[in-house]
Design a protein around this ligand. Structure first.
Ligand code: GTP
Ligand code: MG
Length: 802
């Protein structure tokens, strides 16, 4: 019952010593300077003299080609007698999701891998490594740790150990037996700890489903080498591990077909699964004679992602925070309502949930209540994606670039082709609060347009996060798509230099045809200084981590290529992902024309200066900020402006669920296009200033002070109370949250729409004169239980203009 000695591959001391020396060299180093950085943690193990060191790399370094090993999970120890280092535990080489990196694109897979393709179910727990030390000690580790950890009651490794003991008891073996077997074979057993009584993940493992699922046996070598699945199964049977399911596919076509079919339901063999890990052999390129063990994963999106979203939102709910979510909004709202009621009815459930217990129970209770299954949700998701335009899907195209990459050229061309909205950061004149203003302008654009190009460099994660965070609450079903002008490449070390060269050339010959970069009137070194700043700060898109994980799609573009080619890449990718929005790819001639028109039209509407590192004090003549303080302040009213999508969806939802007879007036307004496009709560109108002198003066002062420094007055939050209407006007009554702002009206409200010939201000008369008195003919739907709070900018408005 030992591992087959024929499988054994011993460690070569010189190779391992060299590996550890390289690992040591990377401790605390900067990846940029050293190629990689790593962290060492040393653990003492009970009952043995051997200490083990765990090595941890930075996740993003796995995508580079500079690591000493790609093992994710690696422990070494030193033989005190010989002084040689030895590998104690060796995880799999880091593997990537399909399409995540170049070598997980189907084309690469077809060219550089070979069958058999062992497709294993990706179990959803946490990874446990098991191996033996020379003195017969059994070593059980999680990815980067072993033994008990103070902060958690039972660490993963300890729980794993308990399961191993249980298995060994079943077969009448000892820890020493297993340790010796593993040590002699020079391998690490790799298993998934799936045990809901310890920690729940997304998929259920209860009762007899729980345990250690053995999914691999790796040689303890620097280079990745691992047992085949039949060998893994054999070992699992011998040592009472749970086995993982797998199928074998004989070629790439069959493999792809199998995976894509399974993705349609998010399940396999009648069970919800997270995805698959595919094991095969690969070579680095066609000229490489060595085939090595190589893995990639194929993760399903739904319903797994939805379940994870629910788990995170539920935790926010329990913590009293606002749950943030971007997809499946409708069903998630319903789920959260159910969850709130559930926690009220089930005392103690919330505390349990916080400790990761009852996650699946609550989810299943909701699914049973709603009559939905995981497969229904996958179908809904596909429909939602497929029907783009019809289902109110809104696209936010987010360039990630530096100066001169051609963002504006491509954006102009897209607006030409599809009539989409194009918001240029460089056209916004308010200096401070600019990021917020930019996001607000993009949000606003989406009210009337299915897509907006958020034209600024977005070259730092901070900017991407701000844009996504600021836009998400205001736009129902927003899909963020990165137009990723790739700046780092593992195959082209000189890419940055080439980008520098080409963008400088373009920008310097652009002359003054730009809002902020005036190449004809500034000296070149100044411009170059500004451009260098962007290049140095550039942070690549990393879809594994937030904020870039929030991108629904990333379209890779090449800054060295002509904008015409990048335009075509964008259009094709969008056509593929959003066929309803881009039903067909425009002809080559149409693309040519769009780019040509873009070049011809290139003349920005606004000019202002920015400060660069090498910029002297801006010349006054060039600076034309619109926010000059005027002595005489001319404001018609002060108001809180509100995101239209939230107001419209609140009303639509209330109306849709109201009895038949209550729906007519709203639908009448809607079909006559009499629902407002913009919404606000008036705080104080010029007409009422004499009765509210102190308030008026206070607001005027705030307004002037804010305007002088180019900032907005601030933000205000209101809560929606009731939708109220008569046959002439519809409004939502609101209450102000907090005491920062006052409202001169007795009943603060948002006008939703009016019949032809009726002025919006009549809503106040309707509320004050009729609704308050309970007049007949005034209808209402209460919204207060929904708890809808809306935040917007407080502004001074003149004739509908800020
Ligand atoms: P900033 O707004 O300064 O960050 O730049 P941007 O990324 O918006 O680049 P823009 O589209 O303004 O392009 C920079 C300059 O290069 C402009 O003068 C464009 O006309 C020019 N340009 C853009 N694409 C191409 C191209 O494909 N070929 C050539 N020759 N010039 C291009
Ligand atoms: Mg531009």
């Amino acid at each position: 019952m030992s591992a087959d000695p024929a499988l054994s591959k011993p460690q070569d001391p010189a190779t391992v010593n060299a590996l550890v020396a390289r690992l040591e060299s990377g401790i605390g180093k900067k990846p940029k300077e050293h190629g990689f950085s790593c962290k060492k943690s040393t653990f003492t193990i009970e009952d043995t003299v051997h200490n083990v060191d765990s090595w941890k790399f930075q996740e993003q370094d796995f995508k580079k080609h500079t690591l000493p090993t790609y093992a994710r999970g690696l422990f070494t120890w030193r033989d005190k007698v010989s002084g040689n280092y030895r590998i104690a535990i060796r995880g799999y080489d880091k593997f990537f999701n399909i399409n995540e990196v170049k070598c997980t694109k189907w084309e690469w897979i077809a060219d550089n891998t070979k069958a058999p393709y062992e497709v294993t179910v990706k179990e959803n727990g946490c990874i446990i490594f098991i191996s033996g030390l020379p003195d017969g000690t059994l070593l059980v580790c999680s990815k980067h740790s072993t033994g008990a950890r103070e902060e958690t009651e039972a660490s993963h490794a300890i729980v794993g150990e308990r399961w191993v003991d249980k298995q060994l008891a079943q077969i009448g073996k000892t820890r020493r037996d297993l340790a010796e077997t593993l040590y002699n074979a020079n391998v690490t057993a790799v298993a998934e700890l799936c045990d809901d009584s310890f920690e729940e993940h997304i998929l259920a493992y209860e009762g007899d489903q729980a345990g250690l699922y053995l999914h691999g046996i790796n040689y303890n070598l620097g280079d990745f080498a691992t047992y085949s699945m039949p060998e893994v199964h054999k070992f699992a049977e011998e040592w009472a591990f749970r086995k993982i399911d797998y199928v074998v596919k004989d070629d790439v076509q069959q493999l792809r077909k199998f995976l894509e079919e399974a993705a349609e339901t998010g399940s396999w063999d009648g069970k919800d699964v997270e995805g698959f890990v595919i094991r095969c052999k690969a070579r680095t390129d066609a000229s490489d004679p060595n085939w090595e063990d190589w893995f990639f994963k194929y993760k399903f999106e739904e319903p797994y992602l939805l379940y994870r979203q629910w788990r995170e939102c539920t935790k926010a709910l329990i913590a009293g925070k606002e749950p943030r979510y971007r997809n499946h909004k409708e069903i998630t709202r319903e789920y959260l309502k159910f969850a709130s009621a559930y926690f009220i009815q089930n005392k103690g459930a919330a505390d349990q949930y916080k400790m990761n217990h009852g996650i699946i129970k609550l989810r299943n209770a909701y699914l049973a209540h709603s009559g939905l299954k995981g497969a229904d949700i996958v179908r809904m998701d596909l429909e939602e994606k497929g029907t783009g335009q019809d289902s109110n899907l809104k696209l936010v195209l987010v360039p990630v670039a530096t100066i001169g990459c051609g963002k504006t050229t491509v954006a102009h061309a897209l607006t030409k082709l599809f009539g989409w909205s194009h918001i240029q950061n460089d056209n916004l004149t308010a200096r401070k609060g600019k990021p917020q203003a930019f996001a607000a302008a993009c949000t606003k654009a989406l009210v009337v347009c299915p897509a907006v190009i958020a034209d600024r460099n977005n070259h730092q994660k901070r900017e991407r996060k701000q844009l996504i965070d600021d836009m998400s609450p205001g736009v129902n079903q927003a899909h963020f798509v990165a137009l990723n002008y790739v700046h780092h490449s593992s195959t082209d070390k000189d890419l940055q230099d080439k980008i520098r060269e080409i963008t400088r050339k373009r920008v310097l010959s652009r002359g003054d045809n730009h809002q902020t970069i005036h190449a004809a009137t500034k000296n070149n070194s100044e411009i170059i200084g500004i451009m260098e700043g962007f290049l140095n700060r550039f942070q690549s898109v990393d879809i594994d981590e937030f904020p870039d994980r929030s991108f629904d799609n990333v379209i890779d573009l090449d800054p060295l290529k002509e904008s015409r080619e990048n335009l075509e890449t964008v259009v094709k990718a969008l056509h593929h992902a959003y066929p309803k929005l881009v039903p067909e790819i425009p002809s080559a001639a149409a693309l040519d024309d769009a780019i040509k028109a873009s070049f011809d039209e290139y003349k920005p509407a606004i000019k202002h200066t920015i400060k660069g590192s090498a910029t002297p004090a801006p010349k006054r003549a060039q600076t034309q900020p619109q926010q000059q303080t005027s002595k005489k302040v001319d404001v018609d009213y002060f108001s809180v402006s509100l995101p239209p999508s939230i107001i419209v969806s609140a009303v639509e939802k209330a109306i849709a669920t109201a009895p038949e007879e209550k729906r007519a007036y709203y639908y009448e307004l809607k079909s006559a296009h009499r629902v407002q496009q913009k919404f606000h709560v008036t705080l104080l109108h010029n007409a009422n200033k004499s009765q509210n002198k102190e308030m008026w003066e206070r607001y005027i002062k705030l307004y002037s002070d804010a305007k002088a420094v180019g900032e907005p007055m601030g933000t205000g939050t209101i809560k929606l109370e009731s939708v109220v209407w008569d046959g002439r006007v519809m409004a939502i009554t609101a209450s102000l949250v907090g005491d920062k702002w006052e409202c001169a009206n007795n009943i603060p409200h948002v006008t939703v729409g009016t019949s032809v010939g009726v002025k919006p201000k009549e809503s106040n008369d309707m509320l004050e004169g009729k609704w308050r008195n309970g007049d007949i003919g005034v209808e209402q739907i209460d919204l207060s239980a929904e708890g809808i709070e809306v935040t917007g900018k407080v502004e001074g408005v003149k004739n509908g203009k800020f």
